[in-house]
Design a protein around this ligand. Structure first.
Ligand SMILES: Cc1cc2nc3c(=O)[nH]c(=O)nc-3n(C[C@H](O)[C@H](O)[C@H](O)COP(=O)(O)O)c2cc1C
Length: 702
């Protein structure tokens, strides 16, 4: 048993810089083992400068609450051929679990493969298990005999365990060969800041997609790079001999079950797997889906007896089995090779937290595919960015509870830890989100620099103002960070979906409840805003689309004319501008006549009309006459001088040209008839005046 090293709302091993221009303050919080305070304050022309290295009293007010003692232990379990898990158990909720509300403890798993050509350790645990881990590891293998270290993820929280491991290695032991992703390598190089020269004990090889490592005896390891924004260094490892896929965060669960495997299946662990997914992976669902795609997981091998088999023999047994399955599936004749290349047959999933999954592999993989797909679908509808920083996990716990509330309302979340994301990444995420929340602890009377930078990026985005938002944060005594967040967003004209959440130190259950409900409120506000925006967008799009077409159509101009038709003693006239030449031979033209025009009944096929082309000089006067309302039967050309053509057509003296036409055909076109008429007679009366045209603002009306 070992006392944990997690801080809780108190000082830890992080570096925060809080600054503001008028009063610059810098605080460096160093590891819990260093109980010293070097505080320096210098007043210089009204500005204050302070450097703090402390685990004791912070600069103002009462000290934060003391670290909670954690009990943890490590158990070694045989999980496959030459393979063991070192399972760090804790019934308590550790720091990373504060973000996680199901209080079922957790396990932190590392794995050991003792193959004929080398021993590989997969992952090192969080610092809470360092001592117990090293102790248990030594019961299985001499520390100098560990050839390889494979890292699915590496963070400062795991540094203590690696440092302890390296310290146990004798000075003449060869460097530990590390296989990891490039971001993990970068994190490893930081170890030298902790213990100068430590990385000399490492021989780091950056894994590329598909890289393999042969440990002998069939233990051919294959690496899959599976980065996510939250764990950019993510890497999975598959062992061909044991058929175990080491999945790190995927398929994890925070549950300290006595059961090392998933005995009890979905019933026993379904809730934990789903809860872990919702809390940890839903925000990175797109990348989780990409990771799943990279893994051509075929099926769990069933029906193969491994009794008495070891190493290569197991691989051969599986290959034979796969071949048989494929052969029968593809209906291949005996002797035809059935290639199963590239397919990963998984017997067990070995995650970083929770049980090793053996009996539920197929189901869990299938569920993961469905969960990620559902999350991605949600994200296309609406998403909320949850942006925060947290030194001791308290603000993170609030963020997690808000996220839960958001998810509950069916809106997807993108979590951004400001510490790990640049301001431009924050800006990008906010710009693609429909709403956002920002959370910050108060440290030294301010929000820490990463939050300040994130806030700056948000304030700069003019579109962010339209997005519902909220602020939250944990504090100890003065809580300036949330005040400042709230004020600056308020000043920027942002709309809050819920009142600012201020939490003293560690959140209580009722505080988490408030957060969850606030998250739901925010999600609902986002949905409402989206519906409003969608409706107005549709409206604008319709009007934009139609006005674009209409404007273009409006430029398709014809001459402004007066069409006059007579049949016996019936006479009618109308202004016509949808006039166009339609044929050379015979000289033909089209005129569109609205179906409700009085003249329509006179211009049937075979009917006659005279088209009077107006000039720019007097089109206004003539149009005015034709556009006024007429009583039924009222003479429309009253007051205009006319003359009659040989064929009985009516010519306006003001027209610059006229055409005597016969309707050859008539086509129904929506709310108009289009007449195709042959010009049988005509004359240009005035060649000094240009034809009048009717420019319209829209194609929706004349
Ligand atoms: C170095 C240090 C400085 C702090 N300064 C303040 C402060 O000025 N005002 C305040 O209200 N709380 C202060 N606190 C208390 C933290 O805000 C509190 O512990 C909070 O729960 C931390 O939230 P977190 O877990 O999200 O980091 C300080 C804590 C530490 C360790």
């Amino acid at each position: 048993m070992q006392a944990g090293r997690q801080a809780n709302g108190g000082p830890g091993d992080r570096l925060w810089l809080c600054s503001q221009t008028s009063s610059v303050q810098a605080f460096r919080v160093v590891t819990a083992s260093k109980h010293r305070q070097v505080a320096r304050r210098a007043a210089d022309g009204g500005s204050v400068q302070a450097t703090l290295e402390t685990t004791e009293a912070p600069p103002r007010g009462p000290p934060p609450s003391a670290p909670v003692k954690q009990e943890s232990e490590v158990r070694v379990v045989d999980i496959g051929p030459d393979t063991f898990s070192l399972r760090g158990y804790s019934q308590d909720r550790l720091k990373f679990e504060i973000e996680y509300n199901l209080k079922r403890g957790t396990t932190n798993n590392s794995y050991l493969i003792q193959a004929q050509d080398g021993t590989a350790l997969i992952d090192v645990p969080d610092q809470a298990w360092t001592d117990a881990f090293v102790e248990q590891l030594k019961t299985k293998v001499g520390i100098d005999d560990i050839t390889y270290l494979i890292l699915g993820h590496f963070s400062p929280k795991r540094a203590d365990s690696l440092v302890a491991l390296l310290k146990e290695r004798s000075s003449n032991a060869p460097p530990l060969k590390v296989h990891c992703s490039n971001p993990a390598r970068n994190a490893l190089l930081e170890l030298d800041n902790k213990e100068p020269g430590l990385t000399e004990k490492l021989d780091i090889k950056v894994a590329k997609a598909g890289d393999q490592l042969d440990l002998g005896g069939g233990h051919q390891l294959r690496f899959f790079l599976t980065p996510t924004p939250r764990w950019p260094d993510g890497m999975m490892t598959y062992d061909a001999a044991s058929k175990i896929l080491y999945t790190h965060k995927l398929f994890s669960a925070h549950v300290a079950s006595e059961n090392d495997f998933d005995r009890g299946g979905w019933e026993a662990f379904g809730v934990d797997w789903k809860y872990y997914f919702d809390c940890m992976l839903a925000p990175v669902a797109r990348q989780a889906a990409a990771a799943l795609e990279k893994l051509p997981i075929a099926a769990q091998i069933k029906g193969v007896s491994y009794a008495g088999l070891r190493g290569v023999e197991i691989v051969k047994a599986d290959a034979k089995f796969i071949s048989q399955v494929l052969r029968s599936f593809l209906k291949l004749p005996e002797g035809e090779p059935a290639a199963a290349e590239g397919v990963i047959v998984v017997k067990a999933l070995a995650p970083i937290h929770g049980p090793v999954v053996r009996s539920t592999v197929t189901e869990l993989v299938r569920e993961y595919r469905e969960w990620t797909a559902a999350q991605i679908q949600l994200a296309t509808e609406a998403s909320i960015a949850v942006i925060y920083a947290s030194a001791y996990g308290n603000t993170a716990a609030l963020a997690q509870a808000i996220s839960r509330g958001v998810s509950k309302a069916g809106v997807s979340i993108e979590t951004v830890n400001c510490e790990q994301s640049s301001a431009s990444e924050v800006a990008e995420i906010v710009s693609r989100s429909d709403g956002f929340v920002v959370g910050s602890p108060t440290l030294g009377g301010h929000m820490p620099t990463p939050v300040q930078l994130a806030l700056g990026a948000i304030l700069k985005d003019p579109d962010a103002r339209a997005k519902p938002c909220g602020v939250f944060g944990s504090f100890g005594w003065s809580g300036e960070a949330v005040d400042e967040l709230e004020q600056r967003l308020k000043d920027g004209g942002f709309d809050f979906a819920f009142p600012a959440i201020r939490c003293k130190f560690k959140p209580t259950e009722s505080m988490l409840q408030t957060c969850e409900e606030s998250g739901t409120d925010l999600a609902q506000a986002v949905r409402k805003a989206n519906t409003r925006a969608r409706k107005s967008k549709e409206k604008t799009a319709t009007s934009l689309a139609s006005s674009a077409v209409e404007q273009a159509v409006g430029r398709v101009v014809g001459s402004l004319c007066v069409l006059v038709s007579r049949d016996g003693d019936a006479e009618s006239a109308m202004l016509a501008s949808w006039v166009s030449q339609a044929s050379f031979n015979p000289p033909g033209l089209t005129v569109a006549v609205a179906k409700d025009r009085a003249v329509e009944g006179l211009v049937l096929e075979g009917g006659r009309f005279t088209l009077n082309v107006l000039g720019q000089d007097n089109a206004g006067k003539v149009s005015k006459q034709l556009l006024k309302p007429f009583k039924p039967g009222e003479a429309r050309l009253q007051g205009l001088e006319t003359q009659e053509t040989e064929s009985g057509g009516v010519v306006l003296n003001d027209a610059i040209a006229y055409l005597d036409c016969m309707v050859k055909s008539r086509m129904e076109t929506g709310d108009h008839y289009v007449l195709y008429a042959i010009a049988e007679n005509g004359k240009l009366q005035n060649d000094r005046v240009l034809t009048a045209v009717h420019y319209r603002k829209t194609g929706a009306r004349y």
